[in-house]
Ligand binder design. Structure first.
Ligand code: NAD
Length: 264
């Protein structure tokens, strides 16, 4: 039997088939939470992942392939969680994409997709999860923003706008739930070596004609004083803290875990 802190709770983590979302889903499952996975990828690999996490942590798991850019699919995902688990106690809004280009070259459809997936999806999941959380007088909403929710970087207009928006949305959610057992906070990672960042490393290596390891070191040296990547496991531990009783009064923060990036 699982007697861990989050036993009996259900966590829904958007974009949890890879990277940070997967790290957070695993950390919550390790505390006994049932997990609804979401995200894209190879169907057989996802099925194996969902099954393996259930077996490894003795929890129940489910999966939704909902596209976070589509309100109707988000509604279906939340209905699926309601039917299977009676609602969502811990909502982690993590799904996100990136595109890098100067504003004048930025494809309009990329702008729309980034705002939809990285920002608007959190509005839809939150509006659908909050009534159940308020009824139970317990809930946790964790929004995966970024250090780009606090500071800007050139060529990332849509991403920076979406992440600043997500930090603002976090504050309003925290205020609207302030007198309840529901909290909402944002996590603001610096560089984490996931597929999303690997693409930027590879593009940089190709652009500069250097080895991938050299591009990786240069990427870190530019922004992240520690010179080390943040890991999905470290971010998972922070999410677990936000879910703990010790964090009952942590409300509306944008907590950076960024190797010192935003301290500069
Ligand atoms: P990733 O590419 O490894 O994972 C992204 C996840 O989102 C995947 O599971 C993918 O399938 C899913 N996804 C993408 N589009 C989707 C859609 N339309 N609908 C549903 N799922 C979708 O990226 P990651 O680095 O783990 O990023 C996770 C979050 O963390 C993102 O919001 C990202 O902006 C944020 N973040 C990442 C870093 C970093 O350095 N990697 C830093 C700060 C913030």
């Amino acid at each position: 039997m699982n007697t861990a802190m989050l036993q009996g709770k259900t966590a829904l983590v958007t974009g949890s088939t890879s990277g940070i979302g997967l790290g957070i889903a695993r950390a919550l499952a390790a505390q006994g939470a049932n997990v609804v996975f979401n995200g894209f990828g190879d169907a057989a690999q996802i099925a194996a992942l969902v099954k393996d996490v259930a077996a490894e942590f003795s929890v129940e798991t489910d999966y939704s392939n909902a596209d976070m850019s589509k309100a109707s699919e988000i509604e279906a995902m939340m209905a699926q969680a309601q039917k299977r688990f009676g609602g969502v106690d811990i909502l982690v809004n993590n799904a996100g994409i990136q595109h890098v280009a100067n504003i004048e070259d930025f494809p309009a459809e990329k702008w729309d997709a980034i705002i939809a997936i990285n920002l608007t999806s959190a509005f839809h999941t939150s509006r659908l999860a909050l009534p159940g959380m308020k009824a139970k007088n317990w809930g946790r909403i964790i929004n995966l923003a970024s250090v780009h929710g606090l500071v800007g970087s050139a060529q990332k207009s849509a991403y920076v706008a979406a992440k600043h928006g997500l930090v603002g949305f976090t504050k309003v959610t925290a205020l609207e739930t302030a007198k309840t057992g529901v909290t909402c906070n944002a996590i603001c990672p610096g560089w984490v070596l996931t597929p999303l960042v690997q693409k930027q490393v590879d593009d940089r290596a190709a652009r500069d004609g250097v080895a991938v390891e050299v591009a990786k070191a240069a990427l870190l040296a530019e922004k992240q004083p520690s010179g080390e990547f943040v890991t999905p496991e470290e971010l998972g531990a922070l999410a677990v803290f936000f879910c703990s009783p010790a964090a009952d009064q942590v409300r509306g923060v944008a907590w950076n875990m960024d190797g010192g990036w935003a301290a500069q």
